[in-house]
Design a protein around this ligand. Structure first.
Ligand code: PRX
Length: 697
């Protein structure tokens, strides 16, 4: 449980300035509210729910659930009987009830410095209503699934909220995923419509998104399930003629055009991709929207109606469609955002994640908009055009709360403090991290150099499945320990179990589990409730199993030690070893593959792949490149292996199970393998050491 007091040595206290107006100003206050949230969830969440609009009030039990597989089906129902619409709460409520019509919802900052625009709450509402009407005119109805494959543009938020407004379920696929991954997700969620864009630039690199989308749609046809319509946004094309079939001009933004280039404001002009156009399927976003009304009555949804599906890697290799529902997710995303970033009305908040991941869903779209916040929406890269870009943007918009991933911090750290110190960053008040454990060295650099010891760091532990932060400091209340996600958020009850499923008390290390649901927890795996139960509830009945290892120290602080299943965390993104292995064995030269994680100074972990070739095949550089490409094409660039090693034999037990523990050591060139007595053929080991990739020292 939460300690009564935390020792003041070895901890870093939040900034005094923050405490003045903080929502949770002290550790004592946190404790008091925490106890109430756990013992009396109805009162705790019921009070918070009063700030939202409900078309009908809840009637059933406030929180009704079964978390124990031995007692029957797992279910979680929150505020049953209530009906609402999240889009209404995010936009109409702010525009009409909270007087925020003219407040900026997003400062959009493009890949190219100088390419930017702003959108107010009122404008966002109008655009969402227009697009909701477009979706309706295309036959999209409540409960239908819509796939979204877009870059980081305002229209991505418009598309997702338009779905929400009419009760459709969005399934956003990160624009870095391959055509194959997109196709797999479209088919699994049975989407009838795809929304995409012509393309975008990541730094200097053109991503021709429409081509990938078309490839994905062709794959759907090949599998016998054609997608009816594809709406394309012109993001790069600026004039009508540039895209045959999509003849309406996109709305004006301060795009890098010739005039601006001449004025010296924008450095580069980018070529625009030619996009293929199939008039039977393709529709132009701008043509559709030009005649659409900007009024659209929201569809009132029940608390437990599906809100969105978001895919996350699964240990079997097939991604899981994590399903979140309306009321619980809304309250949880809104509350965690408000308290964890200590959101204040004059804040300018910036989360650098992509909306294609859960962090972007909860902490770019839902949490900030539910609070009427102003956010930065950034399309570009931290290193483009140079490694000062983040801090330039912080100063440009006077960002107060900044949220990023440890991998970005480690990447920028390599360039030293000069690029940071070129900008003043005086506006910053709270810094956050998410996605993977942050090593104390990166934590200290973030704290000392970026935040100049003024800004507490909220190291937020959570998952696609948890909907929002579950272990996290509160910036004015929690004394910090670098590298620890500290204590549970309200309503969350963590425990640490040993292999036999016994709860450990006091300082201990083991499996991190949660003992009861909180409003934002996922409700099912789309189309496969059994997989939901097996993955999260079977191993230790009565608990939600995170799949992460965790240590609790003598002061009660929680420290995530990393995944303890067959998952890898590359640059904060989860990948399953099985997913990569199945891509590798698709190559005709490969008989068998085993993939392990190898520590990486920037990415956290990198992929180290062992491949056994079919008879007569030769391992050479050409094959290595082909295999890397195979994985990239199948999954996406984030999954590109760093190392591929020829492994004529793999270490296996007598029952044929690959001993990954040994492969992890071999990948790191560690010689102490521990107990190898269960190995069927120990001669493979020497050969594996000899064949190690020479660059992987
Ligand atoms: O292993 C944990 C790690 O990321 C996993 C969840 O990944 P995903 O569902 O893609 O969501 C990422 C963004 C919420 C977790 O199981 N993880 C996330 N945050 C942290 C973390 N590991 C350590 N510390 C964190 N703060």
């Amino acid at each position: 449980m939460i300690p009564d007091k935390v020792p003041e040595q070895d901890v870093i206290l939040g900034s005094g300035d923050l405490k003045k107006d903080a929502h949770i100003p002290t550790f004592e206050k946190y404790k008091e509210l925490y106890v109430n949230s756990v013992e009396n969830p109805e009162e705790f969440w019921g009070t918070l729910a009063k700030d939202f609009f409900w078309k009908t009030k809840h009637t059933g039990q406030f929180f009704n659930y079964n978390f124990d597989v031995t007692k029957g089906e797992i279910f979680i129902k929150f505020m049953e009987g209530a009906s609402t619409n999240i889009c209404y709460n995010l936009l109409d409520r702010n525009v009409y009830e909270k007087n925020l019509a003219d407040k900026i919802a997003f400062f959009w900052e493009g890949n190219e410095p100088g390419d930017d625009l702003t959108v107010t709450y009122k404008e966002l509402l109008q655009r969402v209503c227009q697009f909701a009407n477009v979706l309706k005119s295309q036959g999209v109805q409540k409960g239908d699934r819509v796939s979204i494959y877009m870059p980081m543009v305002v229209e991505l938020v418009v598309a997702m909220l338009a779905c929400v407004r009419i009760g459709a379920v969005h399934s956003i696929v990160f624009a870095g995923f391959s055509a194959e991954s997109l196709c797999e997700r479209i088919l699994d969620s049975q989407c009838s419509l795809l929304i995409t864009a012509d393309g975008f630039y990541r730094g200097d690199k053109l991503i021709n998104l429409k081509l990938l989308a078309d490839e994905a749609l062709q794959k759907c046809i090949d599998k016998g399930v054609p997608v009816k319509k594809c709406i394309m946004l012109k993001h790069l094309s600026k004039v009508p003629e540039e895209t045959a079939g999509c003849n309406s001009p996109p709305p004006k933004r301060s795009c890098p055009d010739l005039q601006e280039k001449q004025a010296g404001k924008v450095k580069k002009i980018r070529p625009v991709p030619q996009v293929p156009w199939n008039p039977d399927v393709d529709l132009c976003w701008h043509t559709l929207i030009s005649g659409a009304s900007d009024e659209c009555e929201p569809e009132w949804c029940d608390s437990e109606d599906p809100l969105f599906i978001l895919y996350t890697s699964g240990s079997t290799g097939k991604p899981k469609g994590v399903l979140h529902t309306v009321s619980g997710y809304m309250l949880y995303a809104a509350t965690t955002f408000k308290l964890v970033f200590d959101y204040q009305p004059d804040d300018v908040y910036w989360c650098t994640a992509d909306i294609g991941w859960i962090t972007g869903h909860s902490y770019i779209t839902y949490g900030p908009l539910a609070n009427g916040a102003t956010s930065v929406l950034f399309e570009g890269l931290p290193t483009y055009p140079d490694v000062s870009r983040m801090w330039e943007i912080v100063d440009k918009y006077s960002v107060t709360k900044f949220y990023t991933a440890p991998t970005a911090i480690r990447l920028l750290m390599k360039f030293g403090s000069d690029p940071v110190q070129k900008y003043n960053r005086k506006s910053l008040k709270v810094l956050g991290t998410v996605g993977e454990p942050i090593n104390p060295e990166a934590w200290q650099w973030y704290y000392n150099v970026v935040g100049e010891k003024r800004c507490p760091i909220v190291d937020t532990f959570w998952q696609t499945e948890t909907g929002g932060h579950v272990l996290t400091p509160l910036p004015a209340a929690t004394p910090l320990k670098p590298g620890s996600a500290t204590f549970p958020f309200f309503g969350v009850v963590p425990a640490i179990l040993n292999e036999s499923g016994e709860e450990l008390t006091g300082p201990s290390e083991g499996y991190l589990v949660f003992k009861q649901p909180w409003p934002g927890v996922m409700r099912t795996v789309y189309g496969n409730h059994q997989r939901f139960e097996t993955t999260y509830f079977k191993k230790f009945p009565g608990y939600y199993v995170t799949g992460d290892g965790c240590r609790r120290d003598e002061d009660g602080y929680y420290w995530i030690t990393g995944r303890i299943d067959d998952m890898l965390n590359v640059s904060g993104h989860l990948l399953s070893t099985a997913e990569v292995e199945s891509a590798l064995v698709e190559h005709k030269a490969v008989a068998e593959a085993a993939v392990v994680g190898r520590p990486h100074p920037v990415k956290g972990e990198s992929l180290y792949c062992f491949v056994t070739l079919n008879d007569g095949m030769t391992f050479n550089q050409k094959l290595e490149s082909e295999l890397k490409k195979k994985v990239r094409d199948k999954i996406g660039a984030i999954a590109t292996p760093d190392f591929i090693q020829n492994a004529p034999g793999l270490p296996k037990t007598r029952s044929g199970k690959i001993m990954r523990r040994l492969l992890r050591k071999i990948a790191c060139n560690e010689k102490d393998l521990g107990d190898v007595s269960t190995l069927a053929d120990s001669s493979v080991i020497d050969q594996l050491y000899q064949n190690r990739c020479c660059s992987a020292v």
